[in-house]
Ligand binder design. Structure first.
Ligand code: AMP
Length: 596
C-alpha cells in the first residue's frame, strides 16, 4: 500500500490531508492521482461513492490549476445539489493552504444572481449541476471556453436523470483539447457512448469490487405478493428494532405514500423526493442525520449524494427501473468498515431481476422468509429484555420507589417479570396474532392469474408523448383510482401503448381515459382484440427497463379541465422518535401506534 507522500502531491496538499486525518490513500486515489498529476489525459474511472473519488480528482485538479489566475480552469459536473455542495466543501478542505483559491458551487433552487456574482469574482473551479450550468452559460453568466479540466462525476446517475442533452450542450462551450475525467459507479452503454463521444483514448481505471461498500454489505430478498409490500416493510422494520435505514421507492408518489403510512403507523419515518421544497428536504435530512428519523423513504434521485454514516439497512421497497441503480442504493450501507444489509422486497414478476443484479454486484442474494408475526413478537421481547438489562438505573425514581413497591408488594419476581413484559408483548401480539404468512412460493405461477378475465386496451399515446410504461400506469391509476395490481401488462411503443385490466373495470377505464389530453393531444382508447401480451414486450420493454425522460413534466388534462394532478401533500413527515419497543401506552402522551 502506498503513502500519500508517494503520489506526487505538493506539501500544501499533504498538510491538508494530514489535517483531515486521512492516513493512507484509497484504491481509487492510489490509481488515479499519479496518472492525473503526471499526464494530460482523459480517464474513465469506475468507482462508487464512498471510495474517495472526490479526492482522486480533486487533488490533481487543485495542484494543476493556477490559483493566481482568475480564469475558470476546472469544471466538475455532478448530478445533484447535495453532491455539488459536498464536492465543493471537500475541495475547499483539500485546497485550504492554496491562497487565492475560489471554488464556486452552481446548482438549481438557489439565487442565480448570487451565483453569478460569485463567478464574476473569478472562480478557478466551478462545481455544478448540469441544468443550472447550462442555464447560466446560455445567459452569458459563465465562461468555460478556457477550462483545462472537466470532471463528469457520477456520470451514470447524470444520464439516468436525463442530463445527456444538457451535458452535451455544456461541453460544446468548452475547448476540445481539455482533459476529461469521467467517474461512474457503473458502465451502462450510455456512459460508454459519452466516453466515446467526448473523450480521447481515455485511460481506464477500475476500482475493483473491493470498495468498502460492497464488501461489507450482505444482500437479502423477500418474495411476496406485490400487494403485501407494505406489510412486509413493516415486518422487516419490526424485526430490526434498531433499524436506521433508507427505504427506496420507484416513484415520488410511492415514496410519499409509504412515508405517510409509516408515520401513521407510528414509525419515525420521513419522505425525501423531488416534489418537496429544498427547505423541506433540508429539514428531513437534518432529522435523519440526527436520528430523529429511523426510516428515510426516498427516491433514487433525491437520495443521491446523501452521505449519512451508519445506515444499518437499505430496503428496496421496489427494485429500481435500472438494475444498475441497485449498486448505488446498497452502497448507502456498509460504509467505513461497518457491515450493512441490503434487503429487497420482490414480487414474482420481478424475481428474475435478482439474478441480473447478482451478476452486477458479483455477489449472491440470500432468499429470506418474511418473519411470522410470532417471530417478531419474540424478537421484540428479547430486544426489550436486553434493553432493560443494559439500562442504567435512574436514581431520580428512588423517591417514588416506596409507593411503587407498595403497589407491587403482592407480586413475586416471576410475576413482576411476566407482567412487565406483557405490557409490551401484548401490543405486538394483538397486532400480529392473526397475521398471515406473507411469503409466496417462487415455483407457482405469477402473482395473479391475469389473463382469464382481462381486457387489453389500446391508446394512441406513447413514448413520443414522454410516456414510459410506468408513467402510463401511474396515469391510468390516477384517472381510475384503480389499485397497483389492477393495471398490468403496460407496454409503451413510440406512438401508441397497451395495457390490461380485469374486464369488470373496462367501463370505468374507458370513461376515465377517453378524451383526456396528454401534452395537448386528445387520447383515444379502445379495447384491443388481442387480450394479452404475446411473446413479451415491445422492443424496448423487454426488461421493463424503459426509462423515464428525466426532468420533463408531462401534463394531462381531462377535456380542457385540469385533472386532480398530484394529490400529494408535500410535507416533511416527522414524528416522534420511534423507540425500538412499541410506543408509549395510552395516557403517557405518546401517540399510540396504529397497526394494520
Ligand atoms: P467520496 O467517495 O469522495 O464521496 O469520499 C467518501 C468519504 O471518504 C469522504 O468523507 C472523504 O472525506 C473520505 N475520504 C476520502 N479519502 C480518504 C482517505 N484516503 N482516507 C480516509 N477517508 C477518506
Amino acid at each position: 500500500m502506498s503513502k500519500f507522500q508517494d503520489l506526487g502531491l505538493e506539501e500544501q496538499f499533504l498538510q491538508a490531508i494530514s489535517d483531515l486525518g486521512f492516513e493512507t490513500p484509497s484504491e481509487v486515489q492510489e490509481k488515479t492521482i499519479p496518472i492525473l498529476l503526471e499526464q494530460e489525459t482523459d480517464i474513465v474511472s469506475l468507482a462508487q461513492t464512498g471510495t474517495g473519488k472526490t479526492a482522486a480528482f480533486g487533488f490533481p485538479m487543485l495542484q494543476k490549476i493556477q490559483a493566481d489566475s482568475r480564469t475558470t480552469q476546472g469544471l466538475i459536473l455532478s448530478p445533484t445539489r447535495e453532491l455539488c455542495l459536498q464536492i465543493t466543501e471537500e475541495l475547499k478542505l483539500y485546497g485550504k493552504y492554496v491562497s487565492g483559491l475560489n471554488i464556486v458551487a452552481i446548482y438549481g433552487g438557489a439565487s442565480i444572481t448570487d451565483q453569478a456574482r460569485k463567478i464574476k469574482k473569478g472562480a478557478q473551479i466551478i462545481v455544478a449541476t448540469p441544468g443550472r450550468m447550462k442555464d447560466m452559460i446560455g445567459r452569458g453568466m459563465i465562461d468555460i471556453s478556457k477550462i483545462e479540466y472537466c470532471v463528469l462525476d457520477e456520470a451514470d446517475e447524470m444520464l439516468n436523470m436525463g442530463f445527456y442533452e444538457d451535458i452535451t450542450e455544456i461541453l460544446s462551450h468548452s475547448p476540445k483539447d481539455k482533459s476529461t475525467w469521467l467517474f461512474s459507479a457503473t458502465m451502462p452503454k450510455e456512459v460508454a457512448s459519452i466516453a466515446k463521444k467526448f473523450m480521447h483514448e481515455p485511460i481506464e481505471i477500475t476500482v475493483g469490487t473491493k470498495n468498502v461498500g460492497s464488501k461489507n454489505v450482505s444482500h437479502e430478498y423477500y418474495l411476496v405478493n406485490a400487494r403485501d409490500r407494505y406489510q412486509t416493510l413493516k415486518r422487516l422494520a419490526d424485526t430490526n428494532p434498531e433499524i436506521f435505514s433508507v427505504v427506496f421507492c420507484r416513484t415520488k408518489r410511492d415514496t410519499q405514500k409509504v412515508a405517510e403510512l409509516l408515520i401513521e403507523d407510528g414509525y419515525s419515518a420521513g419522505a425525501l423526493h423531488g416534489d418537496l421544497s429544498q427547505n423541506q428536504r433540508d429539514l428531513v435530512m437534518k432529522s435523519f442525520r440526527t436520528r430523529q428519523i429511523q426510516m428515510l423513504v426516498a427516491t433514487d434521485v433525491a437520495a443521491r449524494g446523501i452521505d449519512v454514516e451508519d445506515i444499518t439497512h437499505v430496503i428496496n421497497y421496489q427494485l429500481p427501473d435500472e438494475i444498475e441503480t441497485y449498486t448505488h442504493r446498497s452502497g448507502r450501507t456498509g460504509r467505513a468498515g461497518k457491515t450493512g444489509v441490503s434487503m429487497v422486497i420482490v414480487s414474482k414478476s420481478e424475481h428474475r431481476k435478482i439474478k441480473a443484479i447478482e451478476k452486477i454486484i458479483q455477489k449472491e442474494f440470500v432468499k429470506k422468509d418474511v418473519p411470522s408475526g410470532m417471530e417478531i413478537c419474540g424478537i421484540q421481547l428479547f430486544h426489550l429484555a436486553n434493553k432493560v438489562k443494559d439500562t442504567d438505573v435512574n436514581h431520580e425514581i428512588d423517591a417514588y420507589l416506596p409507593q411503587i413497591n407498595k403497589i407491587m408488594a403482592d407480586f413475586s419476581k416471576e410475576d413482576l417479570i411476566k407482567k412487565f413484559f406483557s405490557v409490551e408483548f401484548t401490543r405486538f401480539y394483538n397486532y400480529y396474532k392473526r397475521a398471515k404468512d406473507l411469503n409466496v412460493d417462487a415455483s407457482h405461477g405469477s402473482d395473479k392469474e391475469y389473463s382469464k378475465n382481462s381486457v387489453r386496451y389500446f391508446v394512441n399515446v406513447g413514448r413520443k408523448d414522454d410516456l414510459e410504461w410506468m408513467d402510463l400506469k401511474d396515469l391510468i391509476r390516477e384517472l381510475t383510482k384503480l389499485g397497483k395490481d389492477d393495471v398490468f401488462h403496460v407496454d409503451t411503443m413510440d406512438s401508441f401503448s397497451f395495457f390490461n385490466t380485469d374486464e369488470k373495470h373496462s367501463q370505468l377505464v374507458l370513461d376515465a381515459v377517453s378524451g383526456i389530453e396528454v401534452n395537448g393531444r386528445k387520447v383515444d382508447i379502445e379495447i384491443s382484440k388481442d387480450r394479452g401480451r404475446k411473446g413479451g414486450r415491445g422492443k424496448k420493454g423487454g426488461d421493463r427497463g424503459g426509462r423515464r425522460k428525466g426532468g420533463k413534466d408531462r401534463k394531462f388534462e381531462k377535456r380542457g379541465r385540469k385533472s386532480e394532478g398530484k394529490s400529494d401533500s408535500k410535507f416533511q413527515g416527522r414524528s416522534r422518535r420511534r423507540s425500538s419497543a412499541p410506543p408509549a401506552s395510552k395516557g403517557t402522551g405518546g401517540r399510540r401506534r396504529r397497526r394494520g
